[in-house]
Ligand binder design. Structure first.
Ligand code: BGC
Length: 369
């Protein structure tokens, strides 16, 4: 019997040794993970914690890099351009091996990124293109024009714009002019709705259909709310607003507040309000009817793609790229990977967000944010 127990124990010991050494990573004696990133540090500069998506982006990047053994220095700039410049300079001074940046103002980092280049530190643009710099190696993002066309097509289908005899009023609430994504999203929306504006099916009573007139600096909720209040009181005294094309859930919350203030009622004369990012609050609003749709962007997948770029630049390898044409930053066309955005509404949020584990049912049904 003793001999038998001895044999079983030896087998168990051998199996656990194999299990420990077999993975991509293992715990070192100091408790840090060892893997392809062992001994290297990645600086990650994110724009703000005021919006849920960037918190998820930061968490996903940190976790995925740490799982490969990298150390991660994650910084948030709270939408302050100068703060982000200082954070990047500090990351460079601290000797990071690679820099990942989601810019507050995409053109404001030219000098800081030039320092990275001269120090031989590779830079990857995260979700927002870094403009006017040749210091950037790769760009991981979503199909930004595709976000706009998905919003446009959602409205086109759900308002049956192609067949209706009605005319609908609409207003545009676009993103920040210092973010290339905002411009591409606008172009995507306009590509779909311009024919309906030309035909008279869609009418913008404020006339503010250009990007210059409809953008929202720093994607700011209060700015969107104020602009929506002004538009409703100036142009919609006698007629209702039917559609608010919002480029981001944060802007949609501002539009919602302005509509409430102007006396619109959900289920009666509430306008169709779009959005982007599928934030938890937005999904709750979609369920209760005060927002119609949003765009789901799986930040886990984006982080995964970005991490493969980090691995590539540090190991002199080629990451997977699926766009080498669209993202010209003024200095070079940045090789990019575009993840796929998906329109989400009350009919498919479970399938897209709950079944995939992005949110739990409990998070969605809880009263608090
Ligand atoms: C991102 C959007 C986000 C917006 C506001 C853009 O650069 O692509 O997903 O809604 O910034 O944070």
């Amino acid at each position: 019997m003793k001999k038998f127990i001895g044999v079983v124990l030896s087998i168990v010991m051998v199996l656990s040794l194999v299990a420990c050494s077999g993975g991509k990573e293992k715990e070192s004696s100091e408790g840090t993970k060892e893997g392809s990133g062992s001994g290297k540090t990645v600086g990650v500069a994110m724009p703000t914690q005021s919006s849920e998506r960037w918190i998820k982006d930061g968490d996903n990047m940190k976790k995925q890099l740490e799982d490969l053994g990298y150390k991660v220095d994650l910084q948030y700039a709270e939408d302050d351009v100068q703060a982000q410049v200082s954070q990047i300079e500090n990351l460079l001074a601290s000797g990071v091996d690679c820099l990942v940046v989601a810019a507050v103002d995409s053109s404001a980092l030219v000098n800081a990124l030039a320092q990275a280049k001269s120090a031989g530190i590779p830079v990857i643009a995260y979700d927002r293109l870094l403009m006017d710099t040749d210091a950037v190696s790769y760009y991981a993002t979503f199909d930004n024009k595709g976000v706009g066309t998905a919003i446009g097509k959602y409205v086109e289908e759900n308002m049956d714009l192609a067949n209706t005899k009605e005319a609908y009023t609409f207003e545009l609430f676009m993103g920040s002019p210092d973010d290339n994504n905002a411009v591409m999203l606008y172009e995507g929306i306009m590509e779909v709705i311009q024919p309906y504006i030309d035909k008279g099916t869609l009418i913008c009573k404020s006339g503010q259909t250009s990007f210059e007139k409809s953008n929202t600096l720093r994607w700011d909720q209060q700015t969107a709310m104020k602009r929506c209040e002004d538009i409703l009181s100036t142009y919609y005294a006698d007629e209702k607003l039917d559609i608010a094309f919002s480029a981001f859930d944060g802007l949609s919350y501002g539009i919602k507040a302005a509509c409430e203030g102007a006396g619109y009622k959900v289920g009666e004369d509430w306008p169709m309000i779009t959005g982007q990012d599928a934030e938890l609050m937005a999904i709750k609003n979609i369920i209760s009817g005060s927002q119609t749709m949003s765009i789901a962007k799986d930040t886990r997948v984006l982080a995964e793609k970005c991490v493969t770029m980090v691995e590539a630049v540090l190991n002199d390898a080629e990451p997977e790229i699926n766009d080498t044409e669209q993202y010209d930053n003024g200095k070079l066309v940045v090789p990019s990977y575009l993840c796929t955005p998906e329109a989400v509404d009350k009919d498919n949020y479970k399938e897209i967000l709950v079944d995939t584990g992005y949110y739990t049912e409990e998070e969605i049904s809880s009263d608090s944010e």
